[in-house]
Design a binder for this molecule. Sequence first.
Ligand code: FAD
Length: 476
Amino acid sequence: KPTIVWFRDDLRLTDQPALHAAVTSGRPVLCIYIFDQVSEGVRPLGAASRWWLHHSLASLDDKLRTIGGRLFLFQGATEAVVAALLRTGIEGLMFNRRYQQAERRIDDAVVDLCRREGVAVEDFVGSVLHEPWEVIPKTGGFYKVFTPYWRAAVAHGPTLPPMGVPGPMAKSAPGPRVEGGPVALEELGLLPEISWDGGLCDTWEPGQDGAQRALDLFLREKVESYATDRDRLGVAGSSRLSPHLRFGEISPREVIAALERRAGSSAEKFAAELGWRDFNTALLFHVPDLSTAPFHKSYARFPFTKLTPAALAAWQHGRTGYPVVDAGMRQLWQIGTMHNRVRMITASFLVKHLLADWRIGERWFWDTLCDADPANNPLNWQWIAGCGNDPVPYFRIFNPVLQGEKFDPDGAYVRRYVPELADLPDRWIHKPWEAPSDVLVKVNVVLGKTYPAPMVDHAKARVRALDALRRHRETL
Ligand code: FAD
């Protein structure tokens, strides 16, 4: 009878404790993935994540074949699929733990099911540096502010060293036929019907090999200057590991272990960014409704402006008239990611300049980001909106012109994603409305025609947001 290795957000062979334990047991192993978008509370994946998952599953199957295994795909409600599999005769079940509420409920139900059938279950830690209950204040509860959290996490000491790829599998069990599968990858229908994914295909290499290559490139060329370059919009100064980490094609322990060979402030800064990932995962674990409810409950009463469909579409598709905002939103649409600083600028624009509900933006990012993460996405949005656990001060309103001038001084980022402004001199690239008309004529820019005029005036929008935020605070 085989032991099942249940892959979830850990689509790799390296540092894969569940796979490692199953393979080294010497028993036959059945590797499965269940595509479950129907169990209660599960948040259906966005379009970019579905694209990523398709390629990541294909890559995992290829990898498993190199050690004598293969991946069997199932779809439907997890409990029903597992119950059906158990009926075919299963020795044990192994998986790496997950931390979101709906997923934990499913996992608990599956564990109960196995226990009732006398099937042994083993679970492991594979997706985080520290589990949410490991780094907690001495006084109990959980950390609400990152700095003390990270200090405690560092003091907590190193996590387990990463494991290598397990040896060849003893004997790969055939995939039993049950309701829900096995199905062919194409049957999951993860790829778009209309092919909008050209930019994603050109940019990314989903899967374990792509993750390792991104890490190698980062360590070879970027880590030394990470602390400064991560904020430069025209430079690919960050690791681009986020979707790989999101789908578990590389573990954070592997990244930290590779990083530890590099001392220095840049490496420390980078390690702390990985700390944010754990911190957000822990917060969502302790306060499960944070994906849709504000940490500060009073913000549930904030009088958001209801955007017109045209205003929302202008933000979504990069037609706000603010070049750095538009470049970011177009980068997201084209290649399924956006520079971290521009995520902050575009998010702030939506929630402060347009006074829209942060959840509208969170949902758009969820659909379009390849790294859309159940914890990182809503909690970063809450941070920007000012309703999060440790938010930016409410009066901090990113000025899209100054941010552009500071972090994209030569306009390289804007020119790449807003080609209609490509010939504008640096001086006006972030504020084309201030360019003299003869300059605009010369570079073929007609505001309101070839490129939109600003949809709101920054100074007025700032005053309106501050007023609304102050009034709201007075009601607390
Ligand atoms: P690097 O700078 O190389 O950082 C390394 C890793 O650290 C990242 O891959 C990521 O796993 C983690 N990390 C970095 N910054 C953060 C952060 N602020 N919060 C949590 N983890 C972080 N990140 C996501 O992974 N998924 C999301 O859905 C997501 N949504 C966001 C929404 C908004 C509004 C904002 C402002 C930020 C969001 N981020 C999200 C955080 C951050 O923008 C991305 O993690 C980062 O841009 C990914 O690029 P990178 O891998 O090159 O990052």
